[in-house]
Design a protein around this ligand. Structure first.
Ligand SMILES: [Zn+2]
Length: 471
């Protein structure tokens, strides 16, 4: 038997007909009803946010979320599918902040949190109609009439319930860690978020800073210098000896509390008519020292433990100085107002000869490696920046945003004869993917969930999952 086929068929119209058929006869509901009592197969829908229009990439994920439940239903399972809407989080808040032309968290507080939340609540369903019609048009079977919505109290209570369960199991703790912090959003970013915001054409200052060695340590260093040190010994009273270090973030310099050297490497002592400089021998040529002559060399090992003057004594600028304590761990202990104050050179394995001077400026408040070095060596801890990214205390550049403070800090050091050279560098630096603010690596107290306690269970669980694509 042959039935003639219409060659002028409209596929979109054909699809609409089928959708109408499904809708009129409640086919989706029937497919569930017919399987009541059968073994359940669960599909969790990671909910989209309806304050943005759906895009073609949403079609892709929705097709997967449709195909597998349909297949399972056809194989005899009961597969309830509940739609969801993600109404929480920074994307929503940022949308409203942009609309109101806000630039900081303080703007929200001045405006009123309740009123701000109201606008957020209204905004989250802006494109609900578009989402619903896309969902229907692509034939995605899911219960759109009874969705779960993350702003509903029943949902929020479930989240608190989950946190309480974690708390009761001892998996929630108050930690102190260095995290990439957005000073505008006022929040830490995950490593995945940081990866979204790297810019490789960022221009920053590149400065070589002189750290004055205290007299007693200068004498000890001279004793270990291989070379003709007679003149150096004679001149110690009149000429200062400096460690030379390099940084692209001058705003971290008031937080400097140590210098790190590589114990196995050789360091050079250079002199001109005014001063002595110490840096790694391998970095003398790349950095360039016109007008200086070499006096001799000294092992990194012999520099460890030597003391130098702080660039900015925190006590002179009304900033608290704390100390890492190995026994009690964090929080760091408050230290008394020592005057004079000196910091020490430490031996470390993270000193690189790729750039800089082979003497690394360490500010435990602003870097993961620095923080760890602080814990291991029980260093001082000086936090000279607040969570909005502004310099605290009574420094001449206090109150300025860190990047705006950079040139003022360089000027200040230059006026005191502590700047060897200033240049600029074009390098890769992370910015906030939401708001474009430069991220600050910042040591702060936060709540953490001890996921590492469940690491093996997670790995074992993953091993039982069918992954596509394989990994
Ligand atoms: Zn941000």
């Amino acid at each position: 038997m042959f039935h003639p086929v219409n060659t002028k068929i409209s596929f979109p119209e054909l699809e609409n007909e089928i959708i109408r058929f499904w809708k009129d006869r409640n086919i989706f509901q029937k497919s569930l009803h017919n399987r009541t009592g059968s073994p359940q197969f669960t599909m969790y829908d990671g909910p989209p946010t309806a304050n943005g229009k759906p895009g073609i990439h949403h079609v892709l994920s929705r097709v997967y979320k449709d195909i597998i439940p349909r297949y399972r239903t056809m194989k005899g399972s009961y597969v309830p599918r509940k739609a969801g809407w993600d109404t929480h989080g920074l994307p929503v808040e940022l949308e409203i902040e942009k609309k109101l032309k806000f630039t900081s968290k303080a703007d929200i507080e001045n405006y009123g949190v309740a009123q701000f939340n109201k606008l957020c609540r209204e905004s989250v369903f802006t494109y609900l109609k578009e989402w619903d019609s896309l969902t229907e048009r692509i034939g995605f079977w899911i219960d759109l009439e009874h969705p779960y919505i993350t702003l509903e109290n029943s949902y929020i209570e479930s989240c608190w319930w989950a946190i309480k369960e974690l708390w009761d199991k001892g998996l929630v703790y108050h930690g102190y860690k260095v995290t990439p912090h957005c000073p505008r959003c006022g929040t830490s970013l995950s490593s995945h978020e940081v990866a979204l915001g790297y810019r490789d054409d960022t221009v920053d200052p590149s400065v070589y800073i002189k750290f004055k060695v205290i007299d007693d340590s200068a004498r000890k260093i001279v004793q270990n210098v291989a070379g003709d040190t007679k003149a150096m010994l004679r001149e110690l009273g009149q000429k200062s000896v400096y460690f030379l270090a390099w940084t692209t973030t001058p705003w971290t310099l008031p937080g400097n509390t140590a210098l790190a050297v590589s114990p196995e490497l050789e360091y050079s002592v250079l002199k001109n008519e005014n001063e002595y400089l110490i840096l790694a021998s391998a970095r003398v040529m790349p950095v360039g020292f016109e007008g200086y002559t070499a006096v001799g060399t000294v092992q990194g090992n012999d520099l460890a433990g030597m003391a130098y003057e702080p660039l900015f004594n925190p006590h002179s600028f009304n900033v608290e100085r704390r100390r890492f304590d190995k026994n009690t761990g964090f929080p760091v202990q408050s230290a008394s107002k020592d005057n004079p104050l000196s910091y020490q050179v430490i031996a470390a394995d993270f000193v690189s000869m790729e750039d800089g001077t082979g003497i690394v400026h360490v500010a435990p408040a602003f870097g993961e490696v620095d923080f760890k070095a602080g814990e291991e060596n029980e260093l001082n801890f000086v936090q000279n920046v607040d969570l909005d990214g502004n310099i605290t205390g009574t420094y001449p550049f206090a109150g300025k945003f860190v990047k705006k403070a950079d040139p003022l800090i360089i000027e200040d050091l230059s006026s005191r004869g502590l700047l060897y050279r200033r240049e600029t560098i074009t390098h890769t630096y992370p910015f906030c993917w939401r708001c474009d603010a430069p991220l600050l690596y910042y040591a702060k107290r936060s709540w953490y969930i001890r996921t590492t306690a469940k690491k093996q269970e997670l790995i074992d669980g993953n091993a039982t999952i069918n992954w596509y694509p394989d990994h």
